[in-house]
Write a protein that binds this ligand. Sequence first.
Ligand code: BLA
Length: 294
Amino acid sequence: MDLSALSYQKFVHIALEETQRRTILTPLPSQEKLRSIKTKDDTTMLHGLSFSAPKIRLLRSLTVEGSQAMKVLDFAAFSKPEFDLPIFCANFFLNANLSIVVLDLNPLYDVTIQRDYKEKYYMKLMPLGQKYAETIQLLPWGGKITSESLRFFSPIVIWSMLNSSKYKHDVLFSAFMDYFQTWLELMDQAVEETDALKILRNCEAQHKYLTWRAEKDPGHPILKRLIGEKLARDLLRHFLFEGVDTLGTRTFLDYFPEYRCKDGSINQKRSIIGKSYETRPWDARGEFIGNEAG
Ligand code: BLA
């Protein structure tokens, strides 16, 4: 597929415009450093933007564009810990053969365990998930995934892996905007928590999520190849998953001890359990129906 006409810049611009209609965005210092980075191959550019707002700790976007070989969008929003809002997560990867889509309001708490959290946010949102996964069928379940990732996904997650000729940029744009508008509405309605213990729990939950992604996100090898190990690490820890070094003190192995090697280092494999969930592991009511063997 010819990628030249496709760009994720529009996604970012419109999402930021919509956000500004509802709140006041303040640019964060991290965006100055990473506003644009030229890659080693000299044709691809990385563009970063990051903001905070009264209820938002971090709203950031990274695009990789330029060369015809690939396009990437990594867009996420994290609320301040006084709110237990889901994490807005859009990760799109596109090359000539393959397109990968992850779009979700990632739950702060594992919804298969914390039913009250699921009720609070997702019961109302099931029709939204159904719309793209079932009704229009243009973004079908992408097949087996890293099992460990699933606990960070919600019942309305769109996970899709398409060959690029089937890829529909405009459908993805409308799904992205639907999901982001939903997140902005949740933000509007969110009431500040005052219980210090609950705020601490929210903080820790975000920290666990950041710790997972800063270590195991599938985009890392590409970022390292494009900009080198050192800058990629900087980008991950101080930009994409900013907060990983400040919101908590527990380490990756504290949260995910199953990754500990005999010598005490972190197992480099993305998954210990392996890939599973061939089909969508939630039903239309958001009940978990998956098992790891499936
Ligand atoms: C693949 N990206 C994937 C996959 C998932 C995600 C689930 C399928 C492979 C797998 O099962 O691991 C995304 N995984 C997530 C997200 C979470 C998670 C969002 O756990 C959140 C909790 N992807 C990017 C960026 C790049 C990228 C920035 O976000 C590139 C710069 C690339 N993702 C990318 C590639 C693949 C992929 C190349 C396919 C190759 C592979 O599986 O390693």
